[in-house]
Design a protein around this ligand. Structure first.
Ligand code: ADP
Ligand code: MG
Length: 607
């Protein structure tokens, strides 16, 4: 059973596999090599990918996207709050402080957590792979952003578990892109590369050294809220203003009009990556008035110039952090759909040299490509090319615990290579202290109140002793998935406490995951039933049509007794009525009607 690689993106996802020693990116049922990370709920079914995105303008309240931004985060998280403000679908606070997405599905309210939405996207990619490979697929390598913390990584794994996938490994997106680069480059010399990943909603810069299949990450930077959708929004604002000026109609508060305009803008934006000018047309945009606008590449670049500049600033900052100058970068790897924008390529060409911008790697597919190669690597399903990859990743944030009730004591520094184990020997702060509360934080700030609390545990029943006497051996371990385990051992009492941060409050409980798996199965069954039913209905409708047509043909009139012919036509009419009045009929009921009509036709030798 081959293992697949999945790039579970904020806006688009991609799935690849190694087959006959080659990485193959697989096409979904629409023939597309990337699939929108969208899930939509309708009166009758649950849609994923292109179908969900296509229907979004007519069903925006029940079309869920960018759920990756909510995964592994608390509802009260400021990032979550600002994202929710822009989502057209409803997000409420769940019982355990998790964000919960509320939609209407099959005329009933349904509450889903972000992991469940993620699982639906994963399941659809799994189906794509199964259709391509013709066998059941369970093993998978999934990529996550470099800056994802424990809770977010665990949430990604939980999403996979709900989809009944077995995660061999989570790897970082830039690392996967670096693997794709490693497979693409001609020789094995040491290269320092810069990975520039500009997607739909996020921007990531990674600097790494690559040699002989070893990938060593040196520094990372980026912006979690910068990408293609911001460029779309600039265009939307521009044209909404134009429409207001020309027609005197404001569409800002009309979500349907805004969403239709956004769709048209995104489409035109893509074209501007090859053409220099494009029309933006929306029929009956508002109050029945058509919209027709023109955008030139120069205007598009102008509308976004500050955002484009921002990406270059971030590149410079990250180079600085790595202690490198632009001319010390050997190759620039472009990742993410938005790197197709010509102006972005030009700006990178100015900062580095034009010939350093790698153009042979597909920016939409690089991450899934690398993930698939790595998956094959892990399952030994490899060729010489892909075989010996070892990756060395770094932690995106410093990790430590609180001392004196307020200060951060860092145990693992930011940008440390993982896997890693570090020890520390804290002691008590007061005389006769009988318990110690270990609070684990991530972040760069000296005061813990400014960092992010990951979890805590208590060692108590300590014998009273002067402060500074009791000592604890504290161990911080990050495994190759980036998941943190912290333990503390008190030798005098033999007490040992341990937490895997993955079990923090942002994590889903096992029972909850089980429940979601059941829900996923149930809805999948319902969807399958719906499709079967709809297929049977289509077949019967087609059949009635055919029977009517041949029943009215000249041959039938000549060969079949008129009364028999009328019986058949009457039955056709009845069947049509039956279909009309039984819109919720099940597959077998429909097939039963189909059989009745068919039998009648055979009886009178029609067809
Ligand atoms: P993700 O953020 O999920 O990783 P992608 O890397 O697939 O997503 O990037 C998606 C973004 O790329 C979208 O905003 C899309 O509009 C944009 N995009 C795709 N093709 C082009 C193109 N030819 N020109 C400009 N932008 C593009
Ligand atoms: Mg991406």
């Amino acid at each position: 059973m081959p293992a697949i690689g999945i790039d579970l993106g904020t806006t688009f996802s991609c799935v690849a596999v190694v087959k006959n020693g080659q990485v193959e990116v697989m096409q979904n049922d629409r023939g597309n090599r990337i699939t929108p990370s969208y899930v939509a709920f309708t009166e009758t079914e649950q849609l994923v990918g292109d179908a969900a995105k296509d229907g979004a303008t007519n069903n925006f309240k029940n079309t869920v996207f960018q759920s990756k931004r909510l995964m592994g985060r608390a509802y009260d998280d400021t990032n979550v709050q600002s994202d929710i403000a822009t989502f057209p679908f409803e997000v409420i606070k769940g019982s355990d402080d998790k964000p919960i997405i509320k939609v209407t599905h099959r005329n009933a309210t349904r509450e889903l957590c972000p992991e469940e939405i993620g699982s639906m996207v994963l399941r659809s990619l799994q189906e794509t792979a199964q259709a391509f490979l013709g066998e059941k697929i369970r093993d998978v390598v999934i990529t996550v952003p470099h800056y994802f913390n424990d809770a977010q990584r665990t949430a990604t794994k939980d999403a996979a578990t709900i989809a009944d996938l077995n995660v061999l490994r989570l790897i970082n997106e830039p690392t996967a892109a670096a693997i794709a680069y490693g497979l693409d480059k001609a020789n094995n010399d040491l290269k320092t590369i810069l990975i520039f990943d500009l997607g739909g909603g996020t921007f990531d810069v990674t600097i790494a050294k690559v040699k002989d299949r070893n990938i060593d990450v040196l520094a990372t930077g980026g912006d979690t809220h910068l990408g293609g959708e911001d460029f779309d929004n600039r265009m939307v604002e521009h044209f909404a203003r134009e429409f207001l000026k020309k027609e005197g109609i404001s569409i800002y508060k009309n979500p349907r009009a805004m969403s239709r305009l956004r769709k048209a803008c995104e489409h035109s934006k893509r074209i501007l990556s090859s053409a220099t000018q494009e029309n933006v047309i929306v029929d009956a945009l508002c109050d029945g008035i058509d919209f027709k606008g023109v955008i030139t590449r120069a205007k598009f670049d102008d509308l976004n110039s500050d955002l484009f500049d921002q990406t270059i600033d971030t590149v410079e900052k990250t180079l600085n952090e790595a202690g490198l100058k632009a001319d010390e970068i050997d190759d620039v790897v472009l990742v993410g759909g938005s790197t197709r924008i010509i102006r972005i390529r030009e700006m990178l060409g100015e900062l580095f040299e034009d010939n350093k911008i790698r153009k042979t790697i597909n920016p939409d597919e690089a991450v899934a490509y690398g993930a698939a190669a790595f998956a094959a690597n892990l399952t030994n399903d490899v060729t010489n090319e892909i075989e010996q990859f070892t990756i060395s990743d770094v932690t995106p944030l410093s990790l430590g615990f609180e001392v004196r009730g307020r200060d951060m004591c860092t145990v693992i520094k930011r940008n440390s290579k993982i896997p890693i184990t570090n020890h520390s020997s804290p002691t008590t702060a007061f005389d006769n202290q009988t318990s110690v509360h270990f609070k684990i934080f991530e972040g760069e700030r000296p005061a813990t109140k400014d960092n992010h609390l990951l979890g805590s545990f208590v060692i108590d029943e300590l014998p009273p002793q002067p402060k500074g006497v009791p000592t604890f051996d504290t161990k911080f371990h990050i495994d190759s998935n980036g998941i943190l385990t912290v333990s503390a051992y008190h030798a005098d009492t033999g007490q040992q406490k341990e937490i895997t941060i993955a079990y923090g409050k942002e994590r889903l409980s096992t029972t909850r995951i089980k429940r979601m798996q059941t829900a996923a199965e149930m809805f999948k069954k319902a969807d399958d039933e719906y499709r079967a039913q709809s297929e049977a209905r289509n077949k019967l409708e087609d059949f009635v049509y055919t029977v009517k047509k041949s029943g009215n043909s000249r041959t039938a009139k000549q060969t079949i007794l008129e009364s028999d012919r009328q019986t058949i036509l009457k039955k056709c009419h009845e069947t049509e009525k039956w279909l009309e009045y039984h819109s919720a009929a099940e597959k077998n009921e429909i097939e039963c009607e189909h059989k009745k009509l068919k039998d009648l036709c055979s009886k009178y030798s029609l067809l």
